[in-house]
Design a protein around this ligand. Structure first.
Ligand code: CTP
Length: 407
């Protein structure tokens, strides 16, 4: 569980969205996080202390002047025992008090006394959120390092529309996880080049030779490597999917352009050629649209071989990336053909997949993979292309952890 051993002090302020705090508590507990709940007086008008306490599996604190609470644990202590203080929902009122440094109840006293990071998830009427007073408070809270999640935009309990809805509990949890359990970045300092998608080889200004590659697998590999901290250059043929985040994308059309972009992006420690590069191009693409002739045979296409980008960057040279990975799309004898392709192209690993029509892999969302390395093969069960990408990125990180960087 991602938050095992972590402790969150959760302040639930008064607002119609307070019921969503119960879901947040459930998610935090599910992630292994200890939750100490604090309910403001207004918060207790919306959710009961009993529900909060039951879900948190922990005592709920409400009163600044409770003799028993003070005897057991001082409020300063309460605010310092946590790894993170979360206010969800954070009303305009509690945000204003936090901005002003007021300490007129237990929640605001804890917020003023804490030495831990504070995350707020605002929720209020759209006009209250957009009021210059709230905006000024948010500016000063952000400047002081308070982390703000949301608010979301949408229809509100008061039937108005706009920003003001509490961020979804899952989004608040994700923000908490990224603060308390930041993902490890074993590929930080590495540069990876990834090719993805098809190439388009022009016949004339309107026609081209293409293939069914969607770019999903290559784009997912680029995103997965970036998530592990690598600097990623994605060289993408024409695709209908969005650029992944945190990745430098070079958009190309033809195999020749893809090759030039890959060579220009070197040096790199990792190259993953996932593109379905067209093997041939038309020897001389027409500069004007080829017209139908009323008589005579249809035009024939004179094809020439495209450069093999994978083979070229796998060739031993000082600029060869230490780990070069190719993909093999096969329709029969998967292992034998893919091993032969690894040898022929000179790459280190081949990710082989069976693209025969009945598998639905080409252009689909799933993949079933055989990873072939110098030491043997590994069959991966059928999984989503994103999972294949994550697993491949993790294997790449393991490889460098075991062998060290060889550049
Ligand atoms: N590849 C490449 N440049 C090319 C052709 C292929 O970089 N001009 C790369 C692909 O990105 C993939 C690998 O080579 O990583 C395998 O390509 P594939 O088309 O499956 O294999 P081919 O070598 O074309 O062999 P065959 O058509 O006989 O299966």
């Amino acid at each position: 569980m991602t938050l095992t051993g972590k402790r969150v002090l959760l302040i639930v302020a008064g607002g119609i969205a307070a019921y969503k705090a119960l879901e947040l508590i459930r998610l935090l507990r599910g992630a292994g996080c200890a939750v100490t709940p604090v309910l403001t007086r207004a918060g207790a008008e919306f959710v009961t202390p009993l529900s909060v306490q039951t879900l948190a599996e922990n005592q709920v604190y409400q009163d600044l002047f409770s003799l028993t609470d003070e005897a057991a644990i001082g409020h300063i202590q309460l605010s310092r025992d946590a790894d993170l203080v979360v206010v969800a929902p954070a009303t305009a009122h509690i945000l204003a008090r936090l901005a002003a440094g007021l300490a007129d109840d237990l929640a605001t006293t804890l917020l003023l006394a804490t030495d831990k990071p504070v995350l707020v998830a605002p929720a209020m009427n759209v006009r209250m959120w957009q009021h210059p007073a709230t905006m000024a408070n948010m500016t000063s809270l952000r400047a002081r390092g308070v982390i703000v999640v949301g608010p979301d935009e949408g229809e509100m309990a008061c039937h108005e529309f706009g920003p003001g809805r509490l961020a979804e509990p899952a989004a608040i949890l994700a923000a908490i996880v990224s603060l308390l359990a930041p993902p490890s970045r074993p590929l930080a300092g590495y540069h990876a080049i990834v090719t993805s998608g098809p190439t388009h080889e022009p016949i004339d200004p309107v026609r081209y030779i293409a293939n069914r590659s969607s770019g999903r697998q290559g784009h997912a590999v680029a995103a997965a490597l970036a998530a592990l901290g690598a600097r990623v250059t994605l060289v993408s043929g024409p695709v209908a999917i969005a650029d992944p985040e945190n990745v430098a994308v070079r958009h190309v059309e033809t195999a020749a352009e893809m090759r030039a972009a890959v060579l220009a992006a070197l040096p790199a420690e990792i190259a993953v050629c996932a593109a379905a590069v067209a093997d041939w191009r038309v020897a001389r693409a027409a500069s004007e649209k080829v017209k139908k002739k009323p008589a005579g045979p249809p035009p024939s296409l004179d094809l020439v071989a495209n450069p093999d980008i994978l083979a070229e960057i796998s060739t031993p040279s000082p600029r060869r990336p230490p780990l070069v990975i190719g993909f093999a799309a096969e329709t029969e004898h998967l292992a034998a053909h893919a091993s032969a392709k690894r040898q022929r192209k000179g790459c280190d690993w081949i990710v082989a997949n069976d693209v025969s029509a009945e598998t639905g892999i080409m252009g689909g969302a799933e993949n079933a993979v055989l990873l072939i390395t110098a030491t043997g093969g590994e069959t991966w069960p059928r999984m989503s292309k994103r999972e294949v990408a994550n697993k491949l990125a993790a294997r790449i990180a393991e490889h460098f952890a075991a062998t060290g960087r060889k550049i």
